[in-house]
Design a protein around this ligand. Structure first.
Ligand SMILES: Nc1ncnc2c1ncn2[C@@H]1O[C@H](COP(=O)(O)OP(=O)(O)O)[C@@H](O)[C@H]1O
Ligand SMILES: [Mg+2]
Length: 460
């Protein structure tokens, strides 16, 4: 442990050693925030805190996996003895599996992801009409998610609808919630909201969770939204052993209901909080940081801070103005070839960042033309590929035969001769008669407009 502590700078060490009471670690990118969280957990365990009493929340599954791997190396490999390290969503899913019955969730609830939501919303939009308003399912999804994250329900929103579009959103929101409930399904936002509900109940598991998780740590705190914030406050509220790390200059989730003022108000929410600033950057050279500092200085709401480069001076930045996107890509490709040609870098040392997915195409074209090997990161996620989604739909049906979204997907892969119309009619039948999908297909021959072949295929 002394060895680990020796690898920290004095501010980082202060953050690790302040184990009791609220702590805000405020720092820029690449200043070792995540390292502080990881070492802090190892330190707590070394001090005799049982690992299972520690809760660490990260923002992505990938970050959680990396942290678990590092912790396993630091504090021993026995899985049962590792702290809970996961995203807010995985933490909530676990609580809800155990205690969700209190808020009306069945133990085998299914989690609908973004693509499931879109499919459902497209269906809802087809059945709803409001004079003179059209709306894309994607926009509707974003509106609903934002409302949910601001803790505004469908009814409350409808009651205050200002125009026709609001009315459509409100009505679609209501229907969407009904459909999810019928499929015993929750979306990502619900995972958070149901947990908030659960934690507010007198007969809920809050006391158990507070007792169980004596130390709470949150990475990327600047990106927490309202329900996540409530969950943190609830669980850490008793003992106040809460450590959050974040960067008020780095919040990327404003559109999701994240609110930088939350990090700015930490000291007000948790009076007596210790604040540690990390101002040494270990990732970039001076010229890069100087440029970044200058851009960031334009942010209006922020804690003042300046990053210093541990790496010292480096090559100046280059600003290249290109005529168009293919010239830009051409320039980048030639630069990379030149670097690799004079052995200043390997292909794997170079990265190309761009703002939106479609911009990848021109770069890919240039790289292919010049035989530059590359890996496209992000892009279409593995789990959004058709064949993967198909298999997942079948697996979901095994767990939850009434999952209509999964059913709709599975029935078309491979094609079984059931059209969208027939499926819609059968689904309508389940709704009016309040029966399960399986039952509906048993009597599908009797549903008007559903052919015998389709009925047979569905039973199949
Ligand atoms: N005290 C330190 N000395 C040397 N390298 C460090 C130190 N703290 C962090 N680093 C390195 O800096 C990089 C960024 O650390 P990380 O914890 O990911 O930062 P952040 O979460 O703030 O972006 C990592 O490669 C990490 O190993
Ligand atoms: Mg980090």
């Amino acid at each position: 442990m002394t060895e680990l502590l020796a690898k920290l700078n004095p501010e980082q060490r202060a953050a690790v050693l302040h184990t009791e009471g609220p702590l805000l670690v405020l720092a820029g990118a690449g200043s070792g925030k995540t390292r502080v969280i990881t070492v802090r957990i190892a330190h707590l365990v070394a001090q005799g805190v049982a690992p299972e009493r520690i809760l660490a929340v990260t923002f992505t599954n990938k970050a959680a996996r990396e942290m678990r791997a590092r912790l396993a190396a630091l504090i021993g490999k026995e899985r049962a003895k590792l702290p809970f390290v996961g995203t807010f969503h995985s933490f909530c899913a676990e609580i809800l599996r155990e205690h969700g019955a209190l808020v009306g969730l069945s133990r085998s609830f299914v989690i609908s992801d973004g693509a499931d939501q879109l499919a459902l919303l497209r269906g809802v939009l087809r059945t709803l009409q409001v004079e003179g308003v059209t709306m894309q399912a994607g926009d509707l999804q974003a509106r609903i998610s934002l409302l949910k994250n601001r803790l505004i329900g469908a009814e409350a929103f409808l009651a205050k609808a200002a125009d026709e579009q609001d009315e459509l959103v409100g009505r679609a929101f209501t229907r969407y919630e009904e459909e999810l409930a019928r499929a015993r399904s929750v979306d990502f936002d619900d995972l958070l909201l149901r947990t908030v509900q659960l934690l507010k109940r007198k007969d809920g598991p809050l006391a158990i969770l507070r007792e169980r998780f004596r130390y709470v740590l949150v990475d990327e705190y600047q990106d927490t939204n309202a329900p996540q914030y409530e969950i943190v406050r609830a669980v850490a509220g008793g003992h106040r052993n809460l450590c959050v790390v974040g960067d008020d200059d780095q919040s990327i989730y404003g559109w999701r209901g994240a609110d930088v003022t939350r990090i700015l108000h930490f000291e007000r929410d948790f009076p007596g909080a210790k604040v540690v600033r990390l101002e040494t950057n270990y990732r970039s050279t001076e010229p890069i940081l100087r440029a970044a500092n200058r851009v960031i200085a334009h942010n209006t709401e922020r804690h003042p801070k300046e990053l210093r480069a541990a790496l010292g001076p480096g090559e100046p930045l280059q600003l290249v103005l290109a005529e168009n996107d293919s010239e830009e890509a051409d320039h980048v490709a030639r630069d990379i070839l030149a670097l690799v040609g004079r052995r200043a870098a390997r292909f794997g040392d170079c990265a190309v960042l761009f703002r939106t997915g479609p911009q990848a195409r021109v770069f890919e074209e240039q790289f292919r033309a010049r035989a530059i090997p590359y890996v496209l990161v992000g892009g279409r996620s593995f789990f959004d590929r058709k064949e993967v989604r198909d298999v997942i739909a079948y697996l979901k049906l095994l767990v939850q035969p009434d999952d209509e979204l999964a059913f709709a997907r599975a029935i078309g892969a491979p094609p079984r001769g059931i059209g969208a119309k027939s499926l819609e009619r059968v689904l309508a039948h389940t709704a009016t008669k309040r029966i399960s999908l399986g039952q509906a297909f048993e009597e599908a021959d009797t549903i008007e407009g559903v052919g015998a072949a389709a009925a047979g295929a569905g039973r199949d």
